[in-house]
Design a protein around this ligand. Structure first.
Ligand code: ASP
Length: 304
C-alpha cells in the first residue's frame, strides 16, 4: 500500500473563477506532479524519492510559487526556500535564501544525504551546491512576467508594508507527503515565500517542524499559508505532537490544528499522511490546490 498527497498552495481564490482554462492549467500541473511522485511509489520506491519527484515537477512548473514562477521579493529577485524530511530516521535537509539553484528541493535532499548539517542558508548553501556539482542558474530563470506584474501591483498599492497581503497569501507554495509500500513516511515543501517580502525573510516552509515534518510514529506534514503564523505555531510538529502525545487520530489532529489557526486569524492549510496511509488535506482559506492518490484508487485533484 502507498499513499501520496501534494499541494500547490492555499490562499485567496483565483480572481476570475469563471476562467475555466486557468483552473484547468493548475489541475493539469498538479496531475503531472502527482504522477511523477506516484511513479516512484508504484515501483516500490521510497517516500523520500516520491516527495522529491513530485515537488521537483511543481518547481519546474511556472504556475506555482516555487522554483521557476516563484513570487518576487521587494528587491525584485526570487529567493527560494525548501525542506525535505524522512520519517524513518528523522534525517532532514533544508535550504533558504537561494538565488541560483534551479531545484531547491534537490539541494535540500543533498543536504540530507551528504552534509552533517540540517539547514544551510544563502551564500553558504549555494557554496555547498557548487561543491556538490549543482549547476548555477541566473536569477532571471525564475522570474516570469506574471510575477513581475504582481510585484509591481503590490509596490504601487497604497500600503507598501502590505500587511493586508500577508493575511491573504497568494496561492502557489508546493509540498508533498507520502507513505511508501515499506511503511516509511516523508514530507517536502518548496516556495518562493511571500510576494514583496524583505530580503532575507525566512518563512515556515524550510523550517523543520514549522512547514515540514515527518516521523513514522505519527505523520508526515507539509503546510502552506501565512508563514509567520506557521512559524509561531510550529505547525507541522504541532500536528505530529497532537498524534504522538495527545493520542489523536490524523483527522482529529488536522481539524484541531486548523481550528487553532482560524482562532488565531491565521490563514493557510496543510496536507498530511499517517502510517496507515490515511491522508488529510485541510485549509481555512477559500482555496488550496491539492491532489492525492492511494494504491488501487483513482487520483483526485481539487482547488476549492
Ligand atoms: N508558507 C509560505 C511562506 O510563508 C507561503 C505560502 O505557503 O504561500 O513562505
Amino acid at each position: 500500500m502507498y499513499a501520496l498527497a501534494i499541494h500547490g498552495g492555499a490562499g485567496a481564490a483565483p480572481r476570475d473563477r469563471s476562467n475555466r482554462g486557468y483552473e484547468a492549467q493548475f489541475l493539469e500541473g498538479l496531475a503531472s506532479a502527482l504522477d511523477a511522485g506516484e511513479q516512484v511509489l508504484r515501483r516500490d520506491g521510497s517516500a523520500l524519492d516520491a516527495v522529491q519527484a513530485a515537488v521537483m515537477a511543481l518547481e519546474d512548473d511556472p504556475l506555482f510559487n516555487a522554483g521557476r514562477g516563484a513570487v518576487l521579493g521587494s528587491d525584485g529577485t526570487a529567493e527560494l526556500d525548501a525542506a525535505i524530511m524522512s520519517g524513518t530516521d528523522l534525517r532532514a535537509g533544508a535550504v533558504t535564501g537561494l538565488h541560483h539553484i534551479r531545484n531547491p528541493i534537490a539541494l535540500a535532499r543533498c543536504v540530507l544525504e551528504r552534509s552533517p548539517h540540517v539547514f544551510l542558508a544563502g551564500a553558504g548553501a549555494e557554496q555547498f551546491a557548487a561543491e556538490q556539482g549543482f549547476p548555477r542558474v541566473a536569477n532571471d530563470y525564475f522570474i516570469t512576467t506574471h510575477r513581475s506584474q504582481q510585484l509591481q501591483a503590490l509596490q504601487r498599492s497604497a500600503d507598501p508594508a502590505a500587511s493586508a497581503r500577508l493575511d491573504d497569501p497568494p496561492l502557489g507554495t508546493v509540498g508533498a507527503v507520502a507513505r511508501d509500500s515499506h511503511g516509511a513516511l516523508a514530507a517536502a515543501t518548496s516556495t518562493g515565500g511571500m510576494a514583496g517580502k524583505h530580503p532575507g525573510r525566512v518563512g515556515d516552509s524550510p523550517v523543520i517542524g514549522a512547514g515540514t515534518y515527518a516521523d513514522n510514529r505519527s505523520c508526515a506534514v507539509s503546510t502552506t499559508g501565512h508563514g509567520e503564523w506557521f512559524l509561531r505555531t510550529v505547525q507541522a510538529y504541532d500536528l505530529a505532537a497532537r498524534m504522538a502525545y495527545g493520542g489523536q487520530t490524523l483527522d482529529r489532529a488536522a481539524q484541531a490544528a486548523i481550528e487553532r489557526l482560524t482562532a488565531l486569524n491565521a490563514s493557510g492549510g496543510l496536507i498530511a499522511v499517517d502510517v496507515s496511509g490515511q491522508i488529510v488535506m485541510q485549509f481555512n482559506t477559500p482555496a488550496m490546490f491539492r491532489a492525492c492518490v492511494r494504491r488501487g484508487h483513482a487520483a483526485t485533484a481539487a482547488i476549492y
